[in-house]
Design a protein around this ligand. Sequence first.
Ligand code: F6R
Length: 248
Amino acid sequence: MHKKIFPSGNAMAAAAADIIIDLVKDMPDALLCFATGNTPIETYRLLVQKAHDEQVDFSRCFCIGLDEWLGVAPETSGSCHYILHQQLFSPLGIAASQVHLFDGMAADPELECKKMNILVAEKGGVDCMVVGVGLNGHVGFNEPGVDTKLGAHVQELHQTTLDSGKHYFDTPVPIRKGITLGLTHVMHAKLLLMLANGTHKAPVVKQLLQDEVSNVLPASFIRRHGNGWLLLDEAAACMLEEQVLLEK
Ligand code: F6R
């Protein structure tokens, strides 16, 4: 793992966007995986802007979503599906044929998981995955205690996740479970970008860097990722011990 601390959330987002742009320039047919949530909003805005400014061609990329709320329809504002289309796919001109997202309304969520596992395997794994960190240390919807050997799976969501989740929606939604790529996907991503900004993330960032690597805090596994980049702003890094701050 590599760690970088930026003076601001905006600088962190600009660096993340640059990394993705460079990857797509080098590998136009990359398989990209994106999280939603508040953390990557600025990264995605800058990614779209840089893609336009530098005329980067996303037309051969394939994009997947990291996760989705089960029981929430794609067209519901606040669903991962809706957000990714609004923030990324539409402005980047990425066609529906280049995207595969979990369907939160799937009659058979297990089949939905199987389809995603097959797709990722057929494409030879994820080339670049962008993830955030939950307040409880989750990655995607891999909640504390998750079986680290799982691929895509349905996950009962913890109360902290349900509480944060409510804020993404304009109207109340009956969420209890999520559908997510597994930690095996996260760990096998050829490039893993984990983003965290803001003082509210400082306690979990401290835990993920200073506690043991374990499924008690799924995000801590980034420390075992050979090409994992933990990108933080100073606010998210503000609780780190001097020694940890100095480590690269
Ligand atoms: C969302 C996702 C979640 C979020 C995490 C942080 O697709 O995968 O794991 O990344 O809950 O959310 P924010 O960024 O809103 O703090």
